[in-house]
Design a protein around this ligand. Structure first.
Ligand SMILES: Cc1cc2nc3c(=O)[nH]c(=O)nc-3n(C[C@H](O)[C@H](O)[C@H](O)COP(=O)(O)OP(=O)(O)OC[C@H]3O[C@@H](n4cnc5c(N)ncnc54)[C@H](O)[C@@H]3O)c2cc1C
Length: 297
């Protein structure tokens, strides 16, 4: 189906985009990779009268790795997957390489994904696990928003109308830190059925110094698992503790039954993904090179 009629605008700078959107009013939207917005428009679930294209604004697509990792909002998933700077935080590569298929990864942007706040999107649990900060620009100026305060609900972020995501800052992990993100997907070009992101640090004796665990697609927003994090604190990660984490994840998950599987099935999947992600994160924290791929079933 064709989208409803709209006027096309092309911003030359972020500040011009912000003022254009406030002039055009509530019926206007930014356009980034178009990988969420255009399908919604074709289904007439979104009917903006104006689209303001961000793609021609210079220097919006970059990955800088000095001090903290800074990722421009218009950076494509495929650029993150291929970036040596982003590889300093391996959980980012796990995420970027597994989003949909090459076409979507070459068009879709990290800023657009966060702005969309789709509960089935992959970036939210990953960026929450890393403790990222989202930088924005709106009519009242710039803001730095902790990622945990950015995504408020399903399809609802802290962005005000006309406010842009401009950059995502990800802290570089300290020594003896590791993370991993694993999703279960029915096939490549679809969203995950369940996913788990783990980012942790180890003491010198390999016990867990701290851990952050988030679930994707298993609630209205990415869900933290404090019971698992507390269980890991200062403990050696052995088979018994892996089982404890698995159970905590299964207790916390709030999946719904849908075409991707029953709630019970997704809860089981979440427990298994948590064990796999935790094992990969520990090996990475010990300095091992571990390739992580999503599971397809
Ligand atoms: C077939 C298919 C499969 C997919 N599978 C997955 C998947 O497995 N995992 C996954 O995570 N995603 C998946 N996606 C979505 C993809 O990751 C998109 O890139 C993402 O959801 C939106 O990014 P975008 O750049 O395309 O944004 P757009 O579609 O251009 O915009 C989305 C929304 O964000 C707003 N917006 C865009 N950029 C900004 C900005 N910088 N500041 C403020 N607002 C902004 C727009 O106005 C719009 O409301 C899939 C998409 C398709 C088509």
């Amino acid at each position: 189906m064709y989208p409803g009629a709209f006027a096309y605008h092309r911003a030359k700078s972020y500040s011009e985009a912000v003022s254009q959107l406030s002039e055009l009013g509530e019926d206007a939207k930014f356009l980034a990779g178009g990988q969420s917005l255009i399908p919604l428009m074709k289904l007439r679930l979104s009917t903006p009268r104006h689209l303001d294209d961000l793609n021609f604004i210079p220097e919006t697509s970059y990955i800088h790795g000095n001090g903290a990792l800074r990722i421009g909002a218009l950076t494509r998933h495929s650029q993150i997957a291929a970036s040596p700077d982003a590889a300093q935080v391996p959980i980012l590569r796990d995420c970027a390489t597994g989003i949909a298929d090459p076409q979507v990864r070459h068009m879709g942007t990290i800023g657009g994904s966060l702005a969309e706040a789709d509960p089935t999107g992959d970036w939210a649990p990953v960026l929450l696990a890393t403790g990222a900060t989202v930088k924005t620009l709106g009519a009242s100026g710039e803001r730095s928003i902790d990622i945990s305060e950015f995504i408020l609900d399903a399809f609802h972020s802290a962005l005000q109308h006309g406010e842009l995501v401009t950059e995502i800052a990800v802290p570089l992990p300290n020594k003896r830190s590791g993370g991993a993100y694993i999703a279960l997907k029915r096939c490549a070009p679809v969203y995950a059925s369940a996913s788990v992101a783990v980012q942790l640090a180890l003491h010198d004796d390999d016990s867990c110094k701290d851990a952050r665990i988030y679930l994707g697609v298993l609630g209205l927003t990415a869900t933290r698992v404090p019971a698992a994090e507390e269980a890991l604190q200062d403990r050696q990660i052995d088979a018994g503790l892996l089982q404890t984490v698995r159970e905590a994840v299964m207790d916390t998950a709030e999946p719904t039954s849908d075409m991707r599987g029953s709630a019970d099935y997704k809860r089981e999947v979440a427990g298994t993904l948590a064990k796999l992600a935790l094992q990969a994160a520990v090996r990475r924290a010990r300095g091992e090179h571990v390739e992580v791929t999503h599971l397809y079933a």
